[in-house]
Design a protein around this ligand. Structure first.
Ligand code: NAD
Length: 339
């Protein structure tokens, strides 16, 4: 099968190519994101694969279908950027990589937390400048603190397990609590307001859905413990970035570690170092010494890249052989079947 591989970068092409050996898929790499204006690049392909910031709108999907593309394979877990109704209308399955390494993302969340807490970026740049003063670098023991985990799916649970190792009390919020796992790992479920009010650290692991958009807005920030740390490795729009800036200015938010950003689509994954940053909200966030922004790199371990590549090619091979698609996104099909 000929596959148009959109939105690919140097860091992943080697693994995508290596894991494809022996599958028989012919890969055509494009650096361009998949969106209405670029879908035509898939001419001659029967499958496309895309990533987190591609725009698989109804228009994109209709163009792909018109070109003869019959399956969409997301190289990620999230699919909030895919118009599933449009794909179902055209009978195009959407497959994904539901789990490639929850460890990679959870460990990055911990990395952001600890780098902020122990002021690692400030400390490194000081020492490079022969400034060995410790003033302004005081952190806190994570041990004994309360950590709020919003979303106890694969990544949230992994994060909770790591944070248990630090000796923290974990309060979790999830629309579908899993009490047995909570008992096993040793954490407590609580309503969102209680989690926000009692946590010294809040880490986001819920998916982006209409009801989680701006889950952390001005009102939620006001409910948080004064000086709490906020970590977001899930999706940018979970946090109202302007409200976050307000919280940081008053000290209500003690620090923020962001691997994702509301308006990241036009920025992240690209080298814009010779351009003037036009996004004033991001520029303000970057001006805080108690904010760390990484550009959606939480997944970026070699283990995760290998899993992403092998699962994506296996998803396409199953489709080619007419086998059941175990990683198909079935939200719309299920909704239609029960209507
Ligand atoms: P998951 O599906 O295993 O878990 C999501 C959890 O959120 C589930 O327990 C679910 O019950 C809960 N949930 C769903 N809707 C909710 C709601 N409205 N309120 C409260 N809880 C709700 O997903 P996962 O694999 O743990 O991934 C979590 C998110 O991490 C993904 O949706 C994705 O956005 C993000 N992610 C980011 C990166 C990165 O590189 N930064 C990589 C992978 C995934």
């Amino acid at each position: 099968m000929k596959v148009a591989v959109f939105d690919t970068h140097k860091y992943e092409r080697a693994t995508l190519t290596a894991q494809n050996e022996g599958t028989g898929h012919e890969l055509v790499f494009f650096e361009e994101k998949l969106k209405p204006g670029t879908a035509v690049l898939a001419t001659g392909c029967q499958a496309v694969t895309a990533f987190v910031n591609d725009r698989l709108t109804r228009e994109t999907i209709a163009t792909l279908h018109g070109l003869g593309v019959r399956i969409i394979a997301m190289r990620c877990a999230g699919y909030n950027n895919v118009d599933l109704e449009a794909a179902a209308d055209l009978d195009m399955p959407v497959v994904r990589v539901p789990e490639y390494s929850p460890y990679a993302v959870a460990e990055h969340a911990v990395t952001l937390l600890m780098a902020l807490n122990r002021k690692i970026t400030r400390a490194c740049s000081r020492v490079h400048d022969n400034n060995f003063s410790l003033d302004g670098l005081v952190g806190f023991d994570v041990h004994g603190k309360t950590v709020g985990v919003l979303g106890t799916g694969k990544i949230g649970l992994c994060f909770a397990r790591i944070m248990k190792g630090f000796g923290t009390r974990i309060l979790a919020y999830d629309a579908f609590p899993r009490q047995q796992l909570a008992d096993e790992i040793g954490f407590e479920y609580a309503p969102l307001d209680k989690v926000l009010a009692q946590s010294d650290i809040v880490s986001l692991h819920v998916p982006l859905l209409p009801d989680t958009l701006h889950l952390i807005d001005e009102a939620a920030i006001a409910k948080m413990k004064h000086g709490a740390y906020l970590i977001n490795t899930s999706r940018g729009p979970l946090v109202d970035a302007k409200a976050l800036i307000g919280g940081l200015k008053t000290g209500q938010i003690g620090a923020a570690g962001l691997d994702v950003y509301e308006e990241e689509e036009h920025l992240f994954f690209r080298d814009l170092s010779d351009k003037i940053l036009q996004d004033d909200v991001l520029a303000r966030l970057l001006s805080f010494t108690n904010v760390i922004v990484t550009s959606h790199q939480a997944f970026l371990t070699i283990d995760a890249l290998n899993n992403i590549a092998s699962t994506t090619w296996a998803n396409l091979a199953a489709f080619e052989r007419g086998e059941p698609l175990k990683n198909e996104v079935l939200d719309v099909k299920k909704k239609r079947a029960s209507a």
